[in-house]
Design a protein around this ligand. Structure first.
Ligand code: ADP
Ligand code: MG
Length: 881
């Protein structure tokens, strides 16, 4: 019995992307593979089920300041070398498969250095299937009984999914069966031994909560991104004998085999802003085996292309996309509802990324080097995108994430931008050679963990009552049973129908008695018409009820929907509030910490202030004491200044006086000399004129007339010729009251004459001294000199002793008396009194002539032997000419 698909159910607005506030960090897992047989040094240690520790290998340790470097990295979970593929799947991929079945997208990629076990983790090896075959298996285990017939779901070319009607689907199926080239369902075929062991049925997993009232279909695509070109690995490339065989880079192939180089594909954005590979083959698969076979086909193609084009497989990214289309069954629970808006497509991307190492592991020369650069570029872009995302999320910035810089990131843009679960398995090889690369991998992984992706929300359920499939199933089962009971095919109805028929008024006997029987037929017709009427009425009633029920159901449905929406909203709000509370808490924590910090700072500042104040006090004290000292020194200075001024005026006065006195003495001496010369001249004149004028008396020179003639006394200067004496001076008539200092230089010649001055009561000295001067009040110097006529001339130079203001003695010369006598030592001693002794020594200082000696004023201070005056006149350079 073929039932027509029911008329369209009232349309609901297309499910808007519900605004979702909840986010989850990218789940990063770490898998450590066992050390290879050839490797000895291990630089990774699993220290807990979330943390690993890296040790710098021995060689590196020496290079880096010789220090032992250990770093720890934490992940959502760490899988050690003993982890089985099943255990890994359980933790990492199972939740993603559950998600895809519940209409949520997922992205799972492996990241790591070449040889770290990415492919092993993703694909696995015979007997140890990886995440990919296990995911496929779980999907089919979960949706197996609810799969739609082939070609019911049909991908449009815009990343969407359509629902074909039964007839078109049937025709497509027939077409497929007739094509011999297309592999048939694996159930009818022998499984390729190469991958037969990949899926072990005993480990079968199943998702919970699969919506039985939906119909499902799985589509797979397999692409490779190499050198930033996208290649479809499932594309059926017809053999073109005319077209020359070139590879993508424009270089001819090495050999002209059947190999057709793949054409690169481009990325497009669908109406929901999801990225997809335009024109990419999507193969509908109905079982794990079939799906894996398709994968293996692509894998083979990849291998061939790599060999043919001399590419390094570790440098390409492979992306296996599992698309799950699901649509609700119609109200009967029999067929897929033919409404594109009701079709949900979710996808799980399984990505085996290229090796993350910075340089090619094998020789990188020529064109390979360029390729290597590009491939690295993709991973670099991935890293940059993650970095920017993280920064945007953590700092609230809105930097542009450069998804478009590489195909890989561009393809996955929606996982990071939109919603979905993203998981990464970081594969590490613990060998020492990989240490530095592994460090980089770890850093990237740590960063990736900080990126958050919007949590996918639950899709609204469709408006039909649940359990449709089951009822339909039960109905069909019952029907079959009944048919079997009858022992043959009946086009009649099940029990319910019979019962219904029995409730109608019984049919009149319908045996026609004869050709004239015109009662039976009309009666039958009447009865049938009655029945028809009843049936009609019942149908109407039924439709009415159905309509009513439908509207009630719809109402309920919309009520439910709005309630759900409300709940969702409230949940979102709650989440927001919780976040706010958390933020506040964090803020409080931060502020508390800050206040503690500030208190501590205040404490320190207080202490510092105290110290400074102490310093200030002591400095002030010092300043005061210094000021006092300064004051004292100033007053002392002033005192000294005044004293010095007094001394200076004293000295000035004294010297003025002294100068005056000397000038006087000199004047006097000069006058005396003049007078002596005059006298001599007169005497000479008298002698000359003696003969002419007898008894003529010598006359004084006119200028001496005003002076009182000197009263000659016997002592101390008996002058026979009566030399002039200054009238101002008292002559010493007797020695009785006066004490004399009799200064006779040792150089004097003993003349032994009457003219020898003899002063009683005198203190005789060779050189004047203060002691003698202090005792006396008169002074006489006996000075000898050879005159021009050869006679010795003795001069008595007299003076008075004064007490000076400074407490010394001064002599003021007042008189000179000259005595003449023949030189007893003749000419040899003529210059004796000039001061030079017989042995040539300077005697008596430089008292060379009488003028000089007369000018001497001796001043002797108390306590000193030689006064300034003495000293002054004793120097030869000061000798007067
Ligand atoms: P990748 O894809 O990262 O370059 P592979 O997955 O090809 O590395 O792994 C390199 C080799 O190491 C393979 O022979 C693989 O079988 C082995 N291997 C990797 N991880 C494991 C593991 N966890 N247990 C056992 N063997 C592993
Ligand atoms: Mg690999």
């Amino acid at each position: 019995m073929i039932r027509q698909a029911k008329g369209k159910t009232p349309r609901r607005p297309p499910p808007k992307k519900p605004s979702n506030n909840q986010k989850d960090p990218v789940g990063v897992y770490c898998r450590v593979r066992p050390l290879g047989a050839e490797d000895v040094e291990c630089c990774i240690e699993v220290i807990s089920n979330t943390t690993i520790q890296l040790h710098a290998p021995d060689g590196l340790k020496a290079n880096r300041n010789g220090e032992f470097k250990e770093t720890q990295y934490s992940f959502k979970k760490v899988f050690g070398i003993k982890t089985t593929q099943g255990e890994l799947f359980e933790d990492v991929a199972k939740p993603l498969v559950e998600d895809i079945i519940h209409c949520k997208n997922g992205l799972l990629f492996t990241y790591g250095v070449t040889g770290s076990g990415k492919t092993y983790t993703m694909t696995g090896s015979p007997g140890q299937g990886g995440l990919l075959p296990r995911s496929l298996d779980m999907i089919f285990n979960s949706i197996g009984p609810y799969q739609a017939k082939r070609y019911v779901f049909k991908p449009d070319d815009k990343n969407g999914m359509e629902v074909q009607n039964q007839v078109d689907a049937l025709l497509d199926r027939q077409k497929r069966d007739s094509q011999t080239t297309v592999p048939k369902t694996p159930t009818t075929r022998r499984i390729d031994p190469e991958f037969a062991d990949m899926i072990s049925p005993e480990e079968a997993c199943k998702a919970d909560g699969v919506d039985e009232d939906s119909s499902y279909s799985v589509f797979v695509s397999y692409i490779e991104i190499y050198n930033n070109y996208i290649y479809d690995l499932l594309e059926e490339t017809p053999i073109d004998p005319i077209k020359p065989k070139w590879n993508g880079a424009g270089t001819p192939l090495r050999n002209n085999t059947e190999f057709i180089p793949p054409q690169s594909k481009i990325l497009r954005e669908d109406q929901n802003h999801n990225m997809y590979v335009a024109g990419c083959t999507e193969v509908e698969v109905k079982s794990t085996e079939e799906a894996f076979e398709v994968f293996w086909r692509g894998q083979k193609k990849r291998r061939i292309a790599n060999t043919q084009l001399n590419r390094e497989s570790s440098r390409s990214h492979s992306v296996f996309i599992i698309k799950l289309a699901q649509a609700p069954l119609d109200a009967d629970g029999d067929n897929v509802l033919q409404d594109k808006n009701q079709v949900n497509v979710s996808q799980l991307c399984l990505v085996d990324l290229a090796g993350s190492e910075r340089t090619s592991r094998t020789r990188a020369e020529g064109s390979r080097l360029r390729e290597a650069g590009n491939i690295n570029q993709s991973l670099m872009t991935l890293r940059t995108c993650i970095e920017v995302l993280r920064e945007n999320q953590m700092c609230g910035t809105n930097k542009m994430v450069p998804y478009r810089d590489s195909k890989v990131t561009h393809l996955f843009k929606n996982y990071f931008d939109g919603e979905g679960k993203v998981r990464m398995v970081v594969c590490v090889n613990p060998k020492a050679d990989d240490y530095e690369e592994t460090l980089l991998v770890m850093r990237f992984a740590e960063m990736t963990q900080e990126v958050e992706v919007a949590r996918p929300v639950d899709r609204p359920i469709c408006g039909f009552a649940a359990g449709r499939r089951q009822r339909n199933q039960a109905f069909k089962e019952e029907l079959t049973r009944r048919l079997e009971e009858r022992g043959g095919p009946v086009d009649e109805s099940p029990t319910v129908l019979n019962q219904l028929l029995q409730s109608f008024p019984p049919l009149p006997p319908c045996v026609i008695s004869g050709p004239n029987d015109d009662v039976t037929l009309p009666r039958l017709i009447e009865a049938l018409e009655k029945r028809h009427k009843i049936r009609h009425m019942m149908i109407e009633e039924y439709n009415k009820t159905a309509k009513m029920l439908k509207s009630v159901l719809q109402e309920q449905d919309s009520n439910l929907l709005s309630k759900e929406n409300f709940i969702q909203e409230q949940r979102g709000k709650l989440g927001e509030k919780e976040k706010m509370i958390q933020n506040q808490k964090n803020e409080i924590d931060r502020l508390e910490k800050k206040s503690k910090m500030l208190e501590y700072k205040i404490d320190i500042l207080q202490k510092t202030t105290n110290i400074y104040e102490e310093d200030k006090r002591s400095l002030q004290q010092e300043l005061e004491s210094r000021e006092q000292r300064l004051q004292r020194e100033m007053s002392e200075k002033r005192r000294v200044e005044t004293r010095m001024q007094g001394i200076v005026t004293d000295a000035k006065l004294k010297w003025e006086k002294e100068c005056e006195r000397r000038v006087n003495a000199k004047q006097l001496e000069m006058q005396n000399k003049l007078w002596v010369k005059d006298e001599k001249l007169k005497q000479l004149k008298a002698i000359v004129t003696e003969g002419k004028t007898e008894n003529r008396q010598p006359q004084r020179p006119s200028r001496e007339n005003d002076k009182v003639p000197a009263k000659r006394s016997a002592s101390p200067s008996p002058v026979p010729t009566g030399p002039p004496v200054r009238p101002l001076h008292r002559r010493s008539h007797s020695a009785g009251g006066e004490r004399w200092v009799d200064h006779k230089p040792t150089t004097n010649v003993d003349l032994d004459t009457v003219l020898q001055p003899n002063i009683p009561n005198a203190i005789k000295v060779n050189a004047p001294n203060e002691k003698a001067l202090s005792k006396c009040d008169k002074y006489v110097l006996t000075h000898q000199e050879v005159a021009s006529d050869g006679e010795i001339q003795t001069k008595l130079i007299k003076g008075e002793v004064f007490k000076t203001r400074g407490g010394g003695q001064a002599v003021q010369f007042t008189d000179i008396e000259t005595l003449k006598q023949e030189n007893p030592v003749a000419s040899s001693r003529k210059r004796r009194s000039s001061g030079t002794g017989p042995d040539g020594e300077t005697m008596e200082g430089d008292w060379t002539d009488v003028e000089t000696r007369c000018s001497v004023a001796l001043e002797m201070r108390a306590g000193s032997n030689l006064g300034p005056g003495y000293q002054h006149h004793g120097y030869p350079k000061r000798r007067k000419p």
